[in-house]
Design a binder for this molecule. Structure first.
Ligand code: CTP
Length: 402
């Protein structure tokens, strides 16, 4: 992706260096445009060194050094797949909200047809000022995306809203708005379950598992980038991805209820959650005291969400699709095929968990199993790339059947 990073004059400008490096390391081409005030906080040399690309400045004198100075703003505006202003000052928000163009960055912001994203950072009182609020509303009405600042200790010594959002979150937002929304999943409604569930025993104890939810979250991101409208039902503590409607749940029952409500309106579902198969028969209202002798925990089965969705799956024209995971240590294809048939799935992604693979390891391999049998494996790849490969594989399969 070609990312034009606009850096305006706030103390958070130094964090744009980390963002530029992060995006470059992830394989994007990043060009920076520094405003005059931005250049007082960070140097063009820093940004050019980190990105391996020229850094464009505000000073018109510098434009004359370029091959075609008069149309530089138009060239940059056309070049970008996405324009991100990080950090965005109240001044630059106000400029663009009101159609003003008085330096290179503000001119590019008016000239570009690429999606625009703003990550503001400023003092809390400025952030809350009605003029800034009004400008933000105008920019949203133009279709621009705002990555809201976080709350925290600000450089001015005050605590409150206005701190530049987390760099990883901004990178995720840039990826979301800059992705080509052309895939065969464009406009599709897709349900994704992710993360562990937690079943309470008493006010201090619970049953859970080692899943973090990372794979499911990466799949939700990859589906979002392929144009799908993703509804994520998430257990665990991981941060919700940018631009995805996320419902947080704790227990298997809560996840089941959330899925049952959404499923009739969905085109498809990918179940990546590590749902507890059992829960305590009763939750003790008070902390359970230890007792002498053997202690037995009474468990009851939870509902199998995927099995239930499979029972209600629409088939035929306008039918729904259902994808699941299987973690197997032996007889991979045989067990996965049985799961496919029992739960009425369109594909099962088999994770080989023999010898401790899958949990906590960066690179992973998934083998899709369909009614046609096992398909060529996806990976080994890091989870984010594996998720993209999985979604591309499924979108391709859907496309070839359409
Ligand atoms: N799943 C679910 N609801 C449950 C349990 C599992 O939706 N209550 C989903 C998971 O999200 C995953 C798939 O079903 O997509 C895993 O199937 P499951 O039969 O639970 O796999 P294993 O845990 O490997 O089962 P088994 O103990 O039968 O090997």
């Amino acid at each position: 992706m070609k990312i034009l990073l606009g850096i305006t004059g706030g103390i958070a400008a130094y964090r744009a260096a980390d963002l530029a490096r992060l995006l470059t390391n992830r394989g994007h081409t990043v060009r920076c445009v520094l405003t005059e005030a931005g250049a007082r906080f960070i140097t063009p040399l820093t940004l050019a060194s980190l990105t391996g690309e020229a850094c464009y400045g505000a000073n018109p004198d510098h434009h004359e050094w370029r091959p075609s100075p008069s149309v530089e703003h138009i060239e940059l505006a056309r070049w970008a797949d996405v324009v991100a202003v990080v950090p965005a000052t109240a001044n630059m928000l106000g400029n663009t909200a009101n159609g003003l163009a008085n330096d290179l960055l503000s001119t590019v912001l008016l000239a570009t047809k690429a999606p625009i994203l703003w990550a503001p950072a400023m003092n809390t009182a400025m952030w809350e000022h009605p003029a800034v609020r009004a400008n933000l509303e105008r920019l949203k009405a133009f279709g621009h995306t705002i990555v809201e600042p976080a709350e925290g200790m600000l450089a001015c010594g005050e605590a409150g809203a206005g701190k530049l959002a987390d760099i990883e979150r901004i990178a995720d937002a840039i990826r979301a708005v800059g992705s080509e929304r052309l895939g065969s999943l464009r406009g599709k409604q897709v349900l994704v379950t992710a993360g562990p569930t937690r079943e309470d025993l008493d006010p201090v104890r619970l049953l859970t598992n080692r899943s973090t939810g990372e794979m499911g979250i990466e799949i939700a991101r990859a589906l979002r980038d392929a144009g799908a409208e993703v509804h994520l039902i998430l257990g665990g503590d991981m941060e919700a991805p940018f631009g995805i409607e996320t419902m947080r749940v704790r227990t298997a029952d809560a996840m089941m209820a959330a899925c049952a409500e959404l499923w009739p309106k969905m085109d498809g579902c990918l179940a990546a959650a590590a749902v507890a198969d059992q829960r305590p028969q009763a939750i003790a209202a008070e902390k359970v005291k230890k007792a002498d002798g053997p202690e037995i925990l009474e468990l009851v089965r939870t509902e199998d969400i995927l099995l239930n969705l499979g029972k209600q799956k629409r088939v035929g024209v306008g039918g729904q699709w259902l994808l699941g995971f299987a973690a197997e240590s032996e007889h991979h294809v045989e067990y996965a095929s049985a799961k496919l048939a029992k739960k009425k799935l369109d594909a099962v992604f088999v994770n080989d968990i023999a010898s401790g693979k899958a949990f906590g390891h960066q690179d992973n391999t998934l083998t899709p199993v369909t009614a046609d049998g096992p398909q060529p494996p996806l990976g080994p790849l890091p989870k984010d790339q594996l998720a993209s490969a999985l979604v591309a594989w499924w979108a391709g399969r859907l496309g070839s059947k359409a």
